[in-house]
Design a protein around this ligand. Structure first.
Ligand code: ZN
Length: 581
């Protein structure tokens, strides 16, 4: 990173890597890479576009971000104030620049994220704009190139930002089905929900020299594990060594390398008799930001939460985490019959934090996959507190695909504080493992019903929760980030977790109102842990009722409707003038 010296700032910059004082013009000629030590400084999106594409080939998409504040988020400052400051500071509407362009003469659709804009965070507008870029690629039958730079999902938009991981992933799935190349270029830094979705579930993943990418950030990993991080942890070369990227490319070679990939894809496309490109039905576009928060599924909204449901959000967090709450294994023994557990990811491990296998619900065979916590400390430790490793996500993926091959519906039970944030998990590709599950679920040709039974913790939860119907127990929570994590970032310290819990809108009634969940499943009063058998009966009844209507839907229709479900949270409009405050 290069910081500009306060004096003579037009002329000189000091390199953050080696502290050399560099002549600014020389640095610019070198694409903002230090000629002394090779440090690649971060680029804003307009500069990146100018460096990457053929001169004068870029045309911005006509779609514009709509300013939204879907959950009325306030920490020290109301979210709209932060958004306005980011717009003023960057001159951009949002944290991404989208358009069509050419690289080496090959036409592409291109989305470039900008880290200056609220940390490049993925919110409803960013997700919608990248999705439209992917749809443009599909319509034009050209490859999609995504340049990522992001801290992750935008917590100020709550669970709706988490949904964007699914929205963009299913647009990537559409290109995969059409045989169109997708490429991501990982730049520094790429973390969280962006790493765990479209940064890693594209066909080819390039990392710019020196870029860092991971699911969990280094600070979180150190905090959780107390472990010292290895030299070069999560840097491009580390990612290459651990099999997570196809190549590490210095900035000056990026355009050439992309051109070569695009040429290969074009030639192979010309060579084969190309099947017709499947067209997606036009997605419902929210006419106004308010519409984005209306619950409206193909099957209609589920029953509204019981009156009086939803006390204080922090109390609900504590209830959702109660060690006495029924676990997935408990539900498998009570709500389902004849469970046969299947183990292993077939790649070298069996993650105890995820259990899955064949069972019957109401006499009908299903594949059940869920996070497993435990009731005692020993059980919790043995199950890694329900935090799945990459092996757990790959086991889940294997079982989902097996279910589809056998024609079995999938029922997932979500109860995790989040995916495992350890050093080993990062080495084994946690981000890509989650991203692949999200992509697979958006293509899976069999019914999927997800139930958040306890804690629905961010990307780790979503890895099992992209579904045709998403249910949530009355006292469960579902959130883009833990209240403690959110408080540590946006409040003076993590003791503000109760305030963060309220601001995040993470209770079942909140999420039903936002349309993130389709139905709230009642619990026996006062909560499931006081009557596990009663809770199991209510869960079984709700899952069966939601599964029934899905069973006769043709797979193609099912997948199309599932994608429409995740398409309704976006925030952008076509052809409108730039929105400015
Ligand atoms: Zn340097």
């Amino acid at each position: 990173m290069t910081t500009t010296a306060p004096r003579d700032e037009q002329l000189w910059s000091r390199c953050a890597g080696c502290s050399s004082l560099l002549y600014r013009k020389r640095l610019l000629r070198n694409l903002d890479v230090c000629p002394e030590c090779g440090t690649h400084s971060r680029l804003d999106a307009p500069t990146r576009v100018a460096q990457l594409v053929d001169p004068d080939s870029f045309t911005a998409l006509p779609d514009r971000a709509v300013e939204v504040d879907p959950i009325g988020f306030v920490d020290a400052l109301p979210y709209p104030h932060r958004l306005a400051a980011a717009r003023a500071g960057t001159g951009l509407d949002e944290a991404v620049v989208c358009g069509t362009a050419a690289i080496g003469g090959h036409r592409i659709a291109l989305a470039v994220m900008d880290f200056r804009f609220l940390g490049g965070s993925l919110g409803c507008a960013v997700g919608e704009l990248i999705t439209r870029t992917a749809e443009r690629a599909l319509a034009d039958e050209v490859p999609l190139v995504l340049v990522t730079a992001s801290g992750g999902a935008r917590m100020q938009e709550g669970a709706l930002s988490l949904m964007q991981m699914a929205t963009v992933s299913q647009a990537v799935a559409g290109l995969r089905e059409a045989g169109l190349l997708t490429v991501s270029v990982i730049t520094d830094p790429t973390y969280g929900g962006v790493a765990a979705s479209f940064a890693t579930n594209t066909d080819v993943v390039l990392a710019e020299s020196g870029a860092r990418m991971g699911f969990a950030g280094p600070r979180v990993i150190r905090q959780v594990t107390g472990a010292a991080l290895p030299e070069g942890f999560q840097r491009a070369e580390f990612l290459l060594r651990h099999g997570q990227v196809d190549m590490v490319v210095p900035r000056h070679a990026l355009r050439g390398r992309l051109a070569a990939l695009l040429a290969a894809a074009r030639d192979s496309r010309r060579a084969r008799a190309r099947p017709p490109v499947p067209r997606q039905e036009p997605a419902p576009r929210p006419a106004s930001p308010a519409d984005a928060s209306l619950p409206a599924t193909a099957a209609g909204p589920g029953p509204s939460p019981a009156d009086g449901a939803g006390g204080d959000a922090w109390e609900t967090v504590r209830t959702a985490r109660h060690p006495g709450r029924p676990t997935t294994v408990d539900y498998l023994e009570s709500a389902f019959d004849g469970f046969v557990e299947l183990h292993g990811d077939r790649l070298g491990a069996d993650c105890p934090a995820i259990v899955g296998g064949l069972a019957r619900l109401d006499g009908r065979p299903v594949m059940v996959i869920g996070h497993q916590k435990g009731h005692t400390t020993a059980e919790l430790v043995a199950r890694n507190f329900g935090m799945a490793s990459p092996a757990g996500h790959r086991k889940a993926l294997r079982l989902m695909r097996l279910a589809a091959r056998l024609g079995l519906p999938v029922v997932t039970l979500v109860d995790t504080p989040g995916a495992d944030p350890g050093v080993g998990a990062e080495e084994q590709g946690q981000a890509a493992a989650i991203a692949e599950n999200i992509l697979a679920l958006s293509m899976l040709p069999t019914p999927v019903v997800a139930v958040v039974t306890g804690e629905g913790g961010s990307g780790g939860a979503l890895a099992l929760a992209v579904a045709d119907r998403v249910l949530m127990l009355e006292h469960a929570v579902y959130s883009v980030i833990s209240p403690e994590g959110c408080a540590a970032i946006l409040w003076p310290d993590s003791s503000a977790a109760p305030q963060a819990a309220r601001a995040l809108r993470l209770t079942a009634p909140d999420l039903w109102r936002l349309g993130v969940v389709d139905e709230v499943v009642p619990e026996p009063a006062p909560a499931a842990q006081h009557d596990p058998a009663g809770a199991a009966e209510l869960l079984a009844r709700a899952v069966a009722a939601n599964l029934g209507p899905l069973l006769d839907v043709p797979p193609a229709t099912l997948v199309r409707r599932r994608r429409q479900r995740y398409r309704r949270y976006g925030a952008a409009r076509a052809g409108a003038p730039a929105v400015r405050r």
